[in-house]
Design a protein around this ligand. Structure first.
Ligand code: GLN
Length: 539
């Protein structure tokens, strides 16, 4: 029997209720009471991982230290808990089926007919329990993606039903997140959709222990009583989750509603100490009442969907709080930037971040933006594709290599300043074939990066195929763009800077994936500071 206890979080009525934030908030509260907690996400889609999905479909793809391309909810888990997740924390239906089919091909089922029950559900259960085998966690919270009632969620709900019987009632707590809509015309909160979605779960043999009810208005005692009565839960297990100003308020709102206490009671675990949340509260205070304000442009091609740049946006919240500054983000569609309008679009900004991305669309606009920022001494931060475009801009306009490009955009360019590594050239499959996960990097003395990090060896996460082409390094350096961070094993260039510029830093890796409430990322902190200084100096 595992020593961990398990919490499952399901969702009903509609998608986008914020299961990830509720899971992360509960985890935060349990952690602050002295429990070791981790969160995992099970996604019912058939992609093996979200790596091949367009950000418009699924938001940002979050990358773990061990190089897994995962759901963006894992980012919330890391930002709230300040602890790293891994491949084991994100499982999809595609991955489950892949394992089962591979087992079948190896003959491991000894001639049996392979079926959803028990083979798929057994594999789901094995993965649900996997993190408990490390012995590291008191509580494992599993968020089930999708909405109860979806065909594709059925095997997951069935796996939870079986686990409750196999592990015993006290080992498992099921939290169902649901919506209580407000009907303006009737001036009433409505409980019927919740009743129906709980009934859906019950029909599948699963009785939720706790209902977290998303609502725009407070739930009074009568409503709570009614929900409890119709849904078979205790009245203190009807938890109100009212719309919050910031996601970082949610742990405190859940504390007020006693979500942690009710969960621990259900799992027969002691309350231990009162939650230690002083630093968290202090952070929120700084987020809500900053003394300074700046506006940073975010140039990218997925700007219509904020989730596409989730970690970057959250990193600015952390770095803003650290600098006592509100950071307004103005998104700018890179496709619409031209030499004629770049001044008008970027002129008011206190600094600009050029975002990561793939493919040709919008890259000339990114280059245009970087040209403006470099020549007008405006703080610039380039991430991944943003860094690569800074290298191309410099090559074209300073080194005068007019055809300079990345071989991702033009395979036959005469000046491939960004190119594939030798080993990558043979690869034709798309999924999981990039440079992924954490790599070491050594920083150059006197660089802006080493000052920001306060140390010379760092470890950052990657997700890209193309690299800075070291054949051009000397020419770049002579002309004023310096490679200030390198991988000590492969010599790959990870950071470029222009020392003469007030703040011009491009990084091949993704710093945004490591920023947390407790540990805001040093490059974001220093970039925000540079933007504040520029804002004060600006004519
Ligand atoms: N498309 C670029 C590459 O594959 C950059 C990727 C990114 O920005 N994440 O190298």
């Amino acid at each position: 029997m595992p020593k961990s206890k398990f919490v499952f979080v399901t969702g009903g009525v509609t998608s986008s209720l914020g299961k990830g934030i509720i899971s992360a908030s509960l985890a935060k509260l349990l952690q602050s009471r002295g429990y070791t907690v981790t969160i995992q996400k099970f996604d019912p889609y058939i992609n093996v991982d979200p790596g091949t999905m367009n950000p418009y479909e699924h938001g940002e793809c979050y990358v773990t230290n061990d190089g897994a391309e995962t759901d963006l909810d894992l980012g919330h888990y890391e930002r709230f808990l300040n602890s790293a997740t891994s491949q084991a924390n994100n499982v999809t239906t595609g991955r489950i089926y892949k394992t089962v089919i591979e087992n079948e091909r190896r003959g491991e089922y000894l001639g049996k007919t392979v079926q959803v029950i028990p083979h798929i559900t057994n594999e789901i259960k094995r993965r649900m329990m996997m993190l408990s085998e490390t012995g590291q966690y008191d509580v494992i919270i599993t968020e089930l993606g999708g909405t109860v009632g979806d065909i594709e969620s059925l095997p997951y709900i069935e796996a939870v039903r079986q686990l409750r019987w196999e592990l015993g009632q006290d080992a498992i707590c099921i939290i169902h997140l649901t919506l209580i809509p407000y009907l303006k015309a009737a001036k009433e909160l409505k409980t019927k959709p919740t009743q129906h979605s709980v009934k859906d779960l019950q029909e599948l043999g699963v009785q939720p222990d706790i209902l977290v009810c998303r609502t725009e208005h407070k739930l009074n005692a009568d409503i709570r009583k009614k929900i409890a009565l119709f849904c078979n839960v205790n009245q203190n297990a009807v938890i109100e989750s009212i719309d919050a100003d910031t996601i970082y308020d949610v742990p405190l709102l859940m504390l007020k509603e006693k979500l942690d206490k009710v969960t621990l009671a259900r799992l027969k675990l002691p309350l231990r100490n009162e939650p230690e949340l002083e630093a968290w509260k202090d952070f929120i205070l700084r987020v809500k009442h900053p003394n300074n304000e700046i506006t940073i442009g975010l140039v990218g091609k997925y700007v219509e969907l904020q989730d596409a740049y989730k970690s970057i946006i959250e990193s600015f919240v952390h770095a803003g709080a650290e600098n006592d500054c509100k950071v307004n983000i103005k998104t700018i569609q890179s496709e619409l930037l031209t030499p004629e309008n770049v001044k008008e679009k970027l002129g008011e900004m206190d600094g600009v971040l050029v975002a990561p991305g793939f493919g040709n669309r919008g890259i000339e606009g990114k280059i245009e933006a970087i040209h403006y920022l470099r020549t007008h001494n405006v703080p610039f931060f380039g991430i991944c594709l943003g860094m690569q475009m800074a290298v191309i801009e410099f090559a074209r306009n300073v080194l005068n290599l007019k055809n300079a490009n990345s071989t991702e955009m033009n395979t036959s360019t005469t000046d491939p300043v960004i190119d594939l590594m030798e080993g990558q050239k043979e690869v034709s499959q798309k999924g999981g074939t990039m440079r992924l996960g954490a790599y070491q990097c050594e920083l150059k003395k006197g660089s802006k990066s080493i000052i920001a990090y306060g140390k010379n060896k760092i470890n950052e996460r990657h997700r890209h195929r193309y690299e800075y082409n070291n054949a051009y390094e000397t020419a770049f350096e002579k002309a004023g763009m310096v490679a200030t961070g390198k991988n000590p094993e492969t010599n790959l260039v990870e950071i470029v800077e222009i020392p003469k510029h007030r703040w011009f830093v491009g990084v091949q890796y993704h710093p945004e994936l490591k920023s947390t409430v407790e540990n805001p990322h040093p490059l974001f902190v220093k970039f925000v500071k540079a933007c504040m200084d520029y804002s004060a100096d600006k004519p």
